[in-house]
Design a protein around this ligand. Structure first.
Ligand SMILES: [Zn+2]
Length: 302
């Protein structure tokens, strides 16, 4: 696995020659990790986790503020790993097609499968594992997620969400865009994931083009999409007040910053942590986008 220094569990199925290779790799990996062990880790007698802040090493994080900081930073690191910014780019651009639909709703629609997914992970219906090196871009190994992420279910949930929104907002165009955004989520995931996306629940073939196998290509494509999305939304809307300006740009900078910080964050500690952080983090982002949109109107020059 390029550049990770980790061995994935999948390799463990190969023959005895492979096993020797694995134990060789493991020894190399252990040596590497030992080298990375911080001074603090040595002092505390606790092994350090690569990428973990020195103050967060068990035994060092003794005071309450430091512990709180460590919990917050580890949760932020998990959220960073869940951030796939291409979905937000499409939602920003969609404002031009459905001007009456708020940015919060557009974000929720483009993220619909990822809004449902952490809830299903927490309830044990869908499974994710942490596998550093699963793809170069993310350590998440999506073992099973047919209800939130199969093409059939994404189309169904997207259609239901679109119909509900159209009925509530009395805005069919908005409803249609909500459905299209949900389906766009599957298409973007199909481009980025390795072949792990089902077409339908059950014995479905698994699809994925594997853009995430290349960090530079992923960041280039998703980063360009995000910039175009920001340009389209910012030129189509204008701030009604200072909140409209500052809340919007701080949200964009926040998204870009945590996306870029991905390279420096440690992998999440557990699937349960991913679920909780996914639920809370997504809730905060959607509320932030909704707040932004209330303080922006359609540009007079648009
Ligand atoms: Zn997804």
């Amino acid at each position: 696995m390029p550049g990770t220094g980790f061995t994935t569990g999948k390799i463990s199925t190969i023959g005895s020659c492979g096993k020797n290779e694995i134990s060789g790799n493991r020894k190399k990996r252990e040596r590497k990790n030992q080298n990375r062990t911080s001074e603090a880790g040595i002092r505390s007698g606790q092994p350090n986790v690569p990428g973990r802040l020195v103050v967060c090493v068990p035994g060092i994080a003794s005071s309450r503020p430091v512990r709180n900081f460590c919990v917050a930073s580890e949760n932020a690191a998990i959220f960073i790993r869940l951030m796939f910014i291409g979905h937000f780019a499409v939602a920003l651009a969609a404002k031009r097609v459905a001007p009456q639909t708020s940015l919060g709703t557009l974000f929720a629609a483009a993220q619909l499968p990822d809004v449902i997914w952490p809830l299903l992970v927490l309830s044990g219906v869908e499974k994710v594992e942490i596998h550093p090196g699963d793809t170069a871009f993310t350590p998440l190994n999506f073992i099973s997620y047919p209800w939130s992420h199969s093409l059939l279910m994404v189309t169904l949930t997207g259609t239901v969400a679109g119909l509900l929104y159209a009925a509530k907002a009395k805005y069919p165009t908005g409803g249609f865009v909500v459905t299209l955004l949900a389906v766009s989520h599957w298409l973007l995931d199909w481009i980025s994931h390795r072949p792990d996306l089902p077409l339908y629940p059950g014995a479905s073939p698994l699809l994925g083009l594997g853009l995430w196998n290349s960090i530079p290509s992923t960041m280039l494509i998703e980063g360009s999409m995000f910039l175009v999305g920001i340009g389209l939304y910012a030129s189509f809307t204008q701030s009604k007040d200072r909140i409209g300006r500052y809340a919007f740009w701080s949200l964009m900078i926040f998204l870009a910053a945590i996306y870029s910080a991905d390279r420096f964050s440690p992998p999440p500690s557990s699937a349960e942590a991913i679920g909780w952080v996914g639920v809370v983090g997504t809730g905060i982002l959607l509320a932030w986008a909704e707040w932004v949109d209330r303080h922006r109107g359609i540009s007079l020059t648009a």
